[in-house]
Structure formats: structure tokens, C-alpha cells
Design a protein around this ligand. Structure first.
Ligand SMILES: Cc1cc2nc3c(=O)[nH]c(=O)nc-3n(C[C@H](O)[C@H](O)[C@H](O)COP(=O)(O)O)c2cc1C
Length: 177
């Protein structure tokens, strides 16, 4: 699929079948986020993959009871991990995370999946629900490990992605090898 086709086809989807998303598709979507540009290449994000039904229900409540948040088989909480402010006065994480999320929404189109941004949520409540997540939604950045095989100098999945509930983050790394 051409980029322009994905851009034209993407629209916000607020009704979901509940059919599970194939792991390979999810990984390609996360890869699109991981490869996004960021100010100073800080990659100041963490993508928290939420599949657990109970957690999605609680996230929906924290998102002003938007029911489709609980209905979607996967919620990706995109968290900033740096407080860095650019010369222009803007926090890097709000812009960087938005670009990464947009990459993911377009990649989802290519995978035949629907997405919807969620901006209407209470940050403190989401923090409480995803409490074990370090530096989420914002905080100081951790040291970055760069893979010499990665010509775009992007952090690997272990640093950028975290699953909640039954899945372990380790599994993601194993799948990507
Ligand atoms: C930053 C941001 C936050 C948004 N928050 C919500 C939201 O909380 N709930 C919702 O239903 N849609 C949300 N949207 C989706 C917009 O309503 C939608 O993108 C807009 O109406 C244009 O429609 P389209 O995405 O189908 O092109 C959000 C979109 C953006 C970019």
C-alpha cells in the first residue's frame, strides 16, 4: 500500500468486532511507531500494549466512559518519557509521541485494522491503572540502548514496548529476533 493511500483511507473507527489482532500485525504497527522521528532522536516514548479485558474496561472509564475503548481488542497507551523542552518552548514528548502514534494509525490501515486516537482521558487515572509503567505518561528519560544493527539508531522493543496483563515483554523481544 502506498503512503498516500493509507492517509486517504484512514478514519477514526469506534466500533470493533472483538476479534483478536494477529501478533504479526501488531508488531508491524509497533515497528512503525518505533521508527518514527523524534527531537534529538530521543525516542522519548513507551508504548504500553493493553490486551487485558479488565484493564481495557478501566481505561475506558478513565477515558470519559468511551465504550469503544473497552471494546477494542488492543489499546496502546503511548507515554512520554522525558520532560525535555525544546528551544521553541514545546515539550518534545507531546510532538514525538503524536508522530509515533500517527505512524501506527497509518500502519494499522495497511494491516486492515481500525484505530481511534484517544485524547479525552484523565492522565492521573490512566497513570493509576498502568501504575507499574515507569515514567508514564511523563517523566525523566532512561538511558537508551542502541543496536549497532539498527541503521536508523532506534531503540529496540525492550525499551519502547511493554505489555500488560498476561503477556510478558520478553515475548515481544523473542518474536522480533
Ligand atoms: C489528539 C486527538 C485526540 C482525539 N481524541 C479522541 C477521543 O478521545 N475520542 C474520540 O472518539 N475521538 C478522538 N479523536 C478522533 C477525532 O475526533 C477524529 O480524528 C476527527 O474527528 C477526524 O476524523 P477522522 O479521524 O475519521 O478523520 C482524537 C483525535 C486526535 C488527533
Amino acid at each position: 500500500m502506498k503512503v498516500m493511500e493509507a492517509i486517504a483511507e484512514r478514519r477514526s473507527i469506534r466500533s470493533f468486532s472483538g476479534r483478536p489482532v494477529e501478533e504479526e500485525k501488531l508488531l508491524r504497527i509497533l515497528e512503525a511507531g518505533r521508527l518514527a522521528p523524534s527531537a534529538r532522536n530521543m525516542q522519548d516514548w513507551k508504548f504500553v500494549v493493553v490486551k487485558d479485558t479488565g484493564l481495557r474496561r478501566r481505561l475506558a472509564e478513565a477515558a470519559r466512559n468511551q465504550e469503544f475503548v473497552a471494546q477494542a481488542p488492543i489499546v496502546i497507551a503511548a507515554c512520554g518519557t522525558s520532560d525535555y523542552v525544546m528551544t521553541c518552548g514545546q515539550h518534545t514528548y507531546t510532538i514525538d509521541v503524536a508522530i509515533a502514534v500517527d505512524h501506527m494509525t497509518l500502519a494499522a490501515v495497511e494491516e486492515g485494522l481500525g484505530t481511534c486516537w484517544i485524547g479525552a482521558f484523565y492522565e492521573d487515572k490512566v497513570k493509576g491503572i498502568l501504575g507499574s509503567t515507569p515514567n508514564c505518561p511523563s517523566g525523566r528519560s532512561a538511558a537508551h540502548g542502541l543496536s549497532s544493527r539498527d541503521c536508523k539508531h532506534r531503540r529496540g522493543y525492550a525499551q519502547t514496548t511493554q505489555t500488560t496483563g498476561r503477556d510478558s515483554g520478553l515475548r515481544w523481544m523473542e518474536v522480533m529476533k
